[in-house]
Structures are given as C-alpha cells and as structure tokens.
Design a protein around this ligand. Sequence first.
Ligand code: BES
Ligand code: MG
Ligand code: ZN
Length: 477
Amino acid sequence: MITKTITNLDSFSGTILIPVFETYSKSIVPIVFNELEIASKVFFGKKDTHYLAEKNDNTYIFIGLGKSIDYKSLKTIFRRISSKQKENFSSNLALVIPEQCFEEQIEAMISGLLLGTYNLGHFKSVKVEHPFLNPEFTLNLVTENDYLAAAKKGIKIAKAQLSTYNLVDLPPNIINPKYLANWAKETGEKYGFDVEVLGYEASKIAGLGAFLAVGKGSENEPQFIIMNYTPTTEGKQMKHVGLVGKGITFDTGGLNIKTAGMVHMKCDMAGGGAVFGAMQLIADLQLPVKVTAIVPCAENAVDAKSFLPSDVIHSYSRHSIEIIDTDAEGRLVLADGLSYLIKNFKPEYIVDIATLTGSSVATLGYECGALFTNNEEMSSKLQESGDSIGERLWQLPLWDAYKSDIESDIADVKNYSGKPVAGAISAAKFLEYFTHEHKAWAHLDVAGVAFGDDEFAKSKHATAFGVHLLTKFIENL
Ligand code: BES
Ligand code: MG
Ligand code: ZN
C-alpha cells in the first residue's frame, strides 16, 4: 500500500472520498457539487449518511460526519463505507481532508478504511478480495498540509487490530496454544520483539502449577508465551510496563462443563489476543517504553486427565489453590502469569486483560470493560486513554471486605467463592493475591466487550478491544 499527499484532484482518477461536516458548507463540497452538477440539496453531511456520484470515470462518495464526531464513530463510519461500498472502490483512492481536521481524526478515518477490509468468511470457498488489499493500492490524502504521519499511524493501528481479529475469530481447531506461540515468534521477528516460549516440560520445571492444571485435559500442549520489547533508543529513565493476557484458546468449563454459551468460547483468548496485537503495535510504533508481556495459553478441556473440582494445586508463587470450579480457569493461568512477570521482570506498571467473568457482563453489559486497580494514576490514565478512542472502562472496587470470598479452609486461597454474587470482584481479588503487593497493577475484565455483535456480521466476532487501549495507555505514561 502506497500513501501520499496530493494538493488537488486535477489529474486524479479513481475513488474520491469526501468527508463532510454538517457545518462545513463554504469550501470544497459546494465546489465539487457544482462541478459534478449535483444539487447540493441532496446531501447535508448528516451523521451516518453518505451520497454516491459518478462523473468522468471517478466515483465520489460524500460521507456525512454530523456537526461533530467522536473517534470511535468516525472510525466506524469509515469502516462501514470501506466494507459495504467495496464494489465502488478502485485501488486508487483519494481522501479529501476536511479543513478543520485533527490528526487523530485522520488516524481514525484511515484505521476505519483498513478495518473495512476484514472479512469474517475465512473458510468460504469463494472470497471477494477487497480492493485495498491489492499491493498496488494507493491512498492519496488531498490536503495542503502534511498528515502522512497520522495516516501511517492509523494504518499501523488497524493492522494490529486486524491481527487480533484473526486470532480471536479463527476457530479453536486452528488457534491452539502452539499456533499462538508461532504467531508470537513470527510477529516478534517481523516487528522487533523477543519471544520465549515455555512448553509443558519447561513450565513444569519452572513450577507453573496453576497454568499447567488448566491445560491438563487437552490434547493441545499449553504454551507459556513471554514477549519482550526493548526500544532501540534506550534512555536513562525508561518506563517498564508488564502486560498479561488470558490465552484460553477454548473454554469448555472443564469438568464443571458449561451449560450455556460454550459456542462462543473461542473468544477466551481475546485478552491474550489484545496483548499480542498491542505488542505488534507497540513495536511497530517503536514506543520509547520497555514492555514485557506474558500470555499463558492453554485449552480448558473435558477429559479423564482434566483437573478436578476440589483438587489442590500449587501455583508458581508456591501458594496453594483449592479448585472449587474448573470453569474459573482464567484466574489460574493469570495468577501464574502475574507471579512470573513480577518475579522475573519486575515491571513498574502491570496491566492484565482477560475475558474473565460472566459477572462483568451482567454488571456492565457490552458498553465498557471492568477496571480494577490499586493505583490512582493508572486508573485515570487507563480511563482517559479508553475514553479518547471509544474503548471505555468503568472502575469497580477491590476492597478487602471482598477478601473472604477467596479464603479456603484447606489451601491458601480458593478459585471461586461459590456464591452467585460479585463474581467479577472476587475474581479480581483472587488475581490481586498473586500480584504480591505490587503498587501499580490494573486488571481489565473484558468479557462483555472483546467479542460481540455489530453491523459487520450476523454472528458474534472479535472487536480487538484493548489493542489500541493498551498501546495508548503506554504512550500516555
Ligand atoms: N471464560 C469465562 C468468562 C466469559 C463469560 C467470557 C462470557 C466471555 C463471555 C470464564 O472462564 C468463566 O467461565 N467464568 C465463570 C466463573 C465462575 C465459574 C466462577 C463465570 O463467569 O461464570
Ligand atoms: Mg471458564
Ligand atoms: Zn474462561
């Protein structure tokens, strides 16, 4: 894909996108409308409307943005145009930049255009290639200013989100732990981060007992994936962030088998998927922050070898855990991920992200993720980062009053309170136990927002929630 700037449309031929603010009446739109002999009465720039016109072999698509527009809506409008108008696109595209446009808005528009190339039909016998995926595809920014940096950033963000869409939407007979380990190695090579993978034997030697217990019932060997990104411009006071993502490639519930919703549980590595996408993006943007990321990958399967409710297991931190419910498996792999991260890498800030509880969905629905943290600075930075791009978070409490939920008689802690209340909070309290009093930890429960319904497909699919959010948070530190 080629990205360049042109200052006018004089010798252009191809598809021309013209975003129009409702208030934007004086400049290019009436001029273009006049030239095209379109009565400008037909289009007012109202949000979620567009207008198509053909003239001299060019296709013009006017895109309504309303009076003002937020990042997420702008991105969605452009994704919609790209995905639903693809038969009108040539591989030469001009985007007329509105006069009063911010860099972030250009980033959002271009990310949206690229996300519109995503096709959920991975296994269809007949596929229609999106014109933007043509190697000759050229994006021309029509402007007097230099917006190439913003455009390129928008492309990188979308590429990382597309990676995550693929990882989450592909089925569990393809996306198993080994697939994710290979993906991480290849992506690390390509974008510039180091990857180390502990398989079954290495995890056993390391003592990752909680992680291995979850994977016991599966034919697919668990993989504990460790990624390290070190900026080339190493400064003196470089910040170091640790990320941990839940990488359950399929969650049957284990012997406490799921009676509802199992069909969607390929999404249970979406927290890990967000961490993978964020690593790609952080390295692609060459952010000046050191990042260590861990994604413990395993399949929670039903088998004679599966771990049992009432088993007592030993975690990496040597604390014992009583298994009340094998379906509360995410917190077990995260416990070892967090302990391993803290003991071996000592990052200054830690964020974990996971499709952890149905309770978070019952509490907050599909509009925002649940945020838990012991650190005020992280709370506001995560929320501000999320608000600015439409990946919202809402904070829930971590008070010690909830600690009794995870107190076990037989072991140091238990993995489930056994009560049908405050499930997202007790899961967070369980994770907190394995942060070993680290002073800057945040946990994002994204079960309601990582995988969902929208206008782009008939079935639930990945949203890539967290890819941009984690990256933006790290950028804003
Ligand atoms: N993977 C699920 C949580 C989930 C629910 C993800 C809905 C995506 C959408 C998790 O492992 C789970 O099964 N949680 C249980 C915990 C319970 C047994 C303590 C739950 O939330 O019901
Ligand atoms: Mg489960
Ligand atoms: Zn799960």
